[in-house]
Structures are given as structure tokens and as C-alpha cells.
Design a protein around this ligand. Structure first.
Ligand code: ADP
Ligand code: MG
Length: 252
């Protein structure tokens, strides 16, 4: 069963063609890593999936719904902001910078979304948030403020916050790139756990170990195109294009 279907997605900024007909299918429960040099369009592609960036062409379907549009017959109508917000809720996103609310505790950062957005019952939301803190290994930090947490801990709270809206799909954009090296492992461990629990994940990362061990498939992007894709060990250890070979030689 397909969770994400990107069909010939195009995006330019002025004359700069950033996504040049990107097509990608991601199955339910699959973990796909996107690798590639800086500026190759990885973030733009992730942002198109949840319509933070509006593609100029092509289409993105998540769990059967065209993102940003409502289909009537063969005609696509752009969705109003409220309907778009509803669609986005089913897609969790974790960025390089954690962007937690600094004046809220870890628990409040996790509960505020469901409380405001889904008007869920406060007691249920708090119980679920406590469970999510446990999932990310921070049950004892419920009352800590972001400023009292390490970068790795903040990123784990950010993951829990995204999960609180019960997404069908999680997008990660270099979630460990801003972390001190000794804090990377704890965040990857949470992502591994999420993958093992069957979450569909698209992960932009430079962590080759993670890509190799956790992902089902690796996509190598360069210059706004998918240059290579396949099982992680094939693409990373034995790339078939010179561009990919040069990139993996430089990062490994
Ligand atoms: P990556 O994540 O692979 O490093 P990005 O998707 O961030 O690549 O960027 C791809 C290209 O698009 C880069 O040339 C970048 O400068 C350009 N770009 C990204 N976002 C914008 C924007 N909002 N306005 C103009 N150019 C942008
Ligand atoms: Mg990027």
C-alpha cells in the first residue's frame, strides 16, 4: 500500500530549477533516506510533501489524498488554508532546529498541539504525552523547559511533539545535523524505534550508518533530480553513478 506518491514534482525559485520532475513512491511502513549534497533540493522536496512549499507542477498524494488540492473529476481545486492545515496535521515534520516553545515545559510542548488543534480531552492528551515522553526516553523531564535540556533531549521532545498529532507519515530534515556528535546517537535511537514500530518515514540525513541500517531504501539526489535509488547498501557501498560515488567517498 502506497503512503506517499510524488509524481513529477517541479519547483523553481526564479530561474533556479530546484526540483526537476521528482517522482517517488513510498510504501506504508517504509523508511526512505534521502542523501545528497547541499543545495540538491532535499529540503525543498520534503517541504513540498506537506505543502510548506507549493510545487509548480506535478502532484503529491499522501494516503490517497492529493496534498493542497481537492479533486473534482479531472480538475484540481486549490484547498483553502483551513483544509490544508487539516491535511498537514497528518504529516509530522522534524527539522534540524527543534523550535520548541521556550516558555513551555516539555510536556506542554507536546500537549499544546492536540489540545488546541483536535480539542481533545485534557486528561487523555496528558496521558498520551506522558507515553510519548517515555517513548523518547524523557519521562523524567516532563516539567523541564527547553533551556534546561540538551540539544539531543530537545530534539527528542520535538519528535514526541510531532507524534502527538498521530501522523501517518513522519518527515525528518537533517534531525541530527545541529547536534553535538555525542548527542546524535540518542536521537537516532528514537528514530530507529519509530521505524521498528512501523512508522512511514522519509529522512534527509548525512548519517550513513543510520541510512544503511534503518532505511529500506536510499535516494541519492543531486541537482534537483533523483540520480540513484535502491537498497541502502547497494547505493551507498556500490553506487553506479560517478556523482554518487564522489559524494559517498566524501562523506563516509
Ligand atoms: P538541500 O536541502 O538539498 O540542501 P534545498 O532544498 O534547501 O537543498 O535548496 C535547493 C536550492 O533551492 C538551493 O539552491 C537553494 O538556494 C534554493 N532555495 C531553497 N529555498 C529557497 C527559497 N525559499 N527561495 C529561493 N531559493 C531557495
Ligand atoms: Mg536541506
Amino acid at each position: 500500500m502506497t503512503m506517499v506518491s510524488a509524481q513529477k514534482v517541479r519547483k523553481s525559485f526564479g530561474k533556479n530549477v530546484v526540483l526537476n520532475d521528482i517522482s517517488l513512491e513510498v510504501e506504508r511502513g517504509e523508511v526512505v533516506c534521502i542523501l545528497g549534497p547541499s543545495g540538491s533540493g532535499k529540503s525543498t522536496f520534503l517541504r513540498c510533501i506537506n505543502h510548506l512549499e507549493r510545487p509548480d507542477g506535478g502532484r503529491i498524494v499522501v494516503d490517497g489524498e492529493t496534498i493542497g488540492y481537492r479533486q473534482e473529476g479531472n480538475v484540481l481545486h486549490e484547498l483553502p488554508e483551513s483544509a490544508l492545515t487539516a491535511q498537514r496535521r497528518s504529516i509530522g515534520m522534524v527539522f534540524q532546529r527543534f523550535n520548541l516553545f521556550p516558555h513551555m515545559t516539555a510536556l506542554e510542548n507536546i500537549t499544546c498541539g492536540p489540545l488546541w488543534v483536535q480539542r481533545a480531552k485534557a486528561a487523555d492528551v496528558r496521558r498520551e504525552a506522558a507515553e510519548l515522553l517515555e517513548l523518547v526516553g524523557l519521562e523524567e523531564k516532563a516539567d523541564a523547559y527547553p533551556g534546561q535540556l540538551s540539544g539531543g533531549q530537545q530534539q527528542r521532545v520535538a519528535i514526541a511533539r510531532a507524534l502527538a498529532l498521530k501522523p501517518k507519515l513522519m518527515l525528518f530534515d537533517e534531525p541530527t545535523s545541529a547536534l553535538d556528535p555525542e548527542l546524535v546517537g540518542e536521537v537516532l535511537a528514537v528514530m530507529r524505534r519509530l521505524a521498528a514500530e512501523g512508522m512511514t518515514m522519509i529522512v534527509v540525513t548525512h548519517e550513513m550508518g543510520f541510512a544503511r541500517e534503518v532505511s529500506n531504501r536510499v535516494i541519492f539526489m543531486d541537482g534537483g533530480e533523483i540520480v540513484e535509488q535502491g537498497p541502502s547498501h547497494e547505493v551507498i557501498d556500490n553506487p553506479s553513478t560517478e556523482r554518487a560515488r564522489a559524494f559517498f567517498a566524501a562523506v563516509s
